[in-house]
Design a protein around this ligand. Structure first.
Ligand code: PBG
Length: 323
């Protein structure tokens, strides 16, 4: 075994070109999805304090933003909706004239080649902010399933390429797959938030989506951050139920989970670089404590190195300029 001084790993780190030659992980804009928030009204472009650079936009403004993103080379977006009104049964989620459905119709028509993903969950549409309907003070799994199926079908009908259930009810992927197939949407893909943890890092998102639970928390349906074997069970079940892609969320606190899923399964893996992961870098950079571009590129590279095929990130638009 040859070792030092024969072996010197620094030889290949000497110049930028040498480092480029042996680089194992590269960022490609084609692997990134930009989350977008759509709200009712006209001419609205409301910046979000906790997510600098991200805004709530009405459908007309959203179309302008998407046009700009596409000219920068971005090919995929993930839509979240803020409805006019919220109620106990989340009716805005599966309304054919709901906010996400209207955004889909407009974007699908204007940008035929755009990949349109939608978040399928009830939390932005329920008056209490939970991801399902409440019965006897608890989130009812089985009663929520039907509403998720209806939501997914209405998104598919309005032009979604893939629906992304993020509610963490048991059995949702199977229910959604059947609902889509029964309505002639067998080509609509399911990107399942399979290993979604009850994470503190969703804080800024809840301001953006106006979806903070009015009571309690999400720990009875989202996963305990302490568990990884359970994540593999969630992923396995979602695959059996028909998921086309499985997602791990959040990303940076779960690099080991992404790696474990990569090693066990062969379907594409997505990772969600969530609002808190973005906001903490933005906040530090604003104070001059770290370099945002370097920190962002390092974070996104780490997520890909862990094994993600594509990444949902609020940095996608800035990334388009950086790459
Ligand atoms: C909806 C949903 C959430 C996020 C994505 N989909 C919030 C939550 O579960 O509370 C978080 C995204 C982010 O923090 O960027 N259930």
């Amino acid at each position: 075994m040859s070792t030092f001084p024969a072996t010197r790993l620094r030889r290949l780190r000497r110049t930028g070109a040498l480092r480029g030659l042996v680089r194992e992980t590269r960022l490609d804009l084609a692997d990134f999805v930009l989350p977008l928030f759509v709200c009712p009204g006209d001419g609205i472009d409301r910046p979000l304090e906790g997510l600098p650079g991200i805004a709530q936009r009405s459908v007309d403004e959203l179309a302008l933003e998407v046009g700009e993103c596409m000219s920068l080379g971005i090919s995929s977006v993930l839509l979240f909706g803020i409805p006019e009104e919220k109620d106990e049964e989340a009716s805005g989620a599966y309304d054919d004239d709901g906010i996400v459905q209207r955004a889909l119709q407009s974007l699908r028509e204007e940008f035929p080649g755009l990949v349109l993903l939608t978040d399928v969950c009830l939390c932005e549409y329920t008056s209490h902010g939970h991801c399902g309907v409440i019965r006897d003070g608890e989130v009812s799994n089985d009663e929520t399933l039907e509403l998720l199926g209806r939501t997914a079908v209405s998104h598919a009908e309005a032009g979604a390429d893939a629906v992304c259930p993020s509610d963490m009810m048991d059995g949702r992927v199977g229910t959604i797959r059947s609902a889509l197939d029964d309505t002639g949407h067998e080509q609509t893909a399911i990107v399942a938030y399979s290993a979604k943890y009850a994470s503190a890092f969703y804080g800024p998102f809840r301001e953006a989506a106006e979806s903070t639970p009015a009571f309690g928390d999400r720990r009875s349906y989202q996963m305990d951050p302490a568990n990884v074997r359970e994540a593999l069970r969630e992923v396995e079940l979602d695959i059996q139920e028909g998921a086309d892609v499985v997602m791990v969320k959040p990303a940076l606190p779960c690099l080991d989970v992404i790696r474990a899923v990569r090693e066990r399964f062969d379907l594409p893996i997505a990772a969600y670089n969530v609002s808190g992961e973005y906001a903490m870098v933005k906040a530090s950079a604003a104070r001059g404590w770290l370099d945002e571009r370097q920190a962002a590129l390092e974070s996104l590279t780490a997520i890909k190195r862990a094994g993600a095929d594509f990444v949902v990130s609020y940095w996608t638009k800035e990334l388009a300029r950086w790459l």
